[in-house]
Design a binder for this molecule. Sequence first.
Ligand SMILES: C[S@@+](CC[C@H](N)C(=O)[O-])C[C@H]1O[C@@H](n2cnc3c(N)ncnc32)[C@H](O)[C@@H]1O
Length: 360
Amino acid sequence: MDFYTKLNYSIGNEDWRVEAQALRVKKESRVICVTASGDRPLHLLMTDCAEIISIDMNRTQNYLLELKIAAIAKLDYEKYLAFLGCTPCSTRLVIFRELKSALSKDAADFWEAHQKLLERGIIYQGRTERLTQLGAKAFRLVRNQKIKKLFAFDDLNEQRQFIKAEWDTRALRKTFEMLINPKLSQFFFKDPGLNSFVDFANKPGTYIYERMIVCLNTHLAKKSPLIQLLFTGKLMPEGYFPYLTYEGYTAIRRHMNRINIITGNIIDFMEHATNANQIDAFSMSDIASYMPQAIFEKLLRSIQNAATPDARFCLREFISNRKIPADLQATYKRDMDLEKKLEKEESNFVYRFMVGEIQK
Ligand SMILES: C[S@@+](CC[C@H](N)C(=O)[O-])C[C@H]1O[C@@H](n2cnc3c(N)ncnc32)[C@H](O)[C@@H]1O
């Protein structure tokens, strides 16, 4: 399936402030995470944890992580944002020459062969981001004034009144129900999380739409990266993820040598005897939504194997509904209050959480 060879994600859509509360990373912690857009491991590099193991089955996602790390290591802050595509730049290929030596041979060869993506600004070149840009163009055709109004609010109460009076319409709801329907989405975007392991079989679009409306009543749109991507196709500086801020960039530069990037199945890695009792925190993104229940249970057992006692776990779910099997419930000590709190605070409204400690 070419999903695991293509560049699917170039910007994350998970709120680090929320992830940090779940993981409670300490100075000596060894953390394992899924690479995807690279945002997760970069945010972990802002902490002073001892080691980050970043794994993805898709080597292209790991090449992107290498590229983002090389840009932070080799470029000053303004040039880093310009190279990634956050700000305009006409010399990205020249800049690429400056940082190519910091890449592995495979990553350098890959980006050498995909210069068009670099030229356009890599941060918007993932298939997910290109699709949302297309969607944003279509939304602007039909509700441009409303979109401008939505991102102008600095007061949440005023935004709430606008959502109720003008934004939340039957037409917009129907659009979400139509687009986020596996029967249709499988033809324009083959993403297992979107169309293979969907448990809200009846109406995933309704589920996502209602979560968006809840989010727009609890978060300013200009502070929600996912809402910005959906309706403008771009990130606004107010919505920059921490690794795109000057503070984040500076913190990451201090911890560059603490990351280990691996291509492979994270379950195989965590099942391996040599990795038993090694890991203090698990940042699993929403891979639970990329597998059936049986493989999810295999994932849980592999985390159990790799975990140190009291290790922290953060599992997200998109439109799937995984269950922790009875024989593992004593091992996975979930913090339901924290899960509810994180679900409310997450500015990218599509996730539910399983967080807590591994009892061993
Ligand atoms: C979970 S999404 C991540 C998107 C996410 N929302 C973000 O912000 O970046 C999918 C990522 O997990 C990877 N993945 C899924 N199952 C995996 C597995 N068993 N082992 C390693 N990587 C996996 C996919 O290749 C993909 O890059």
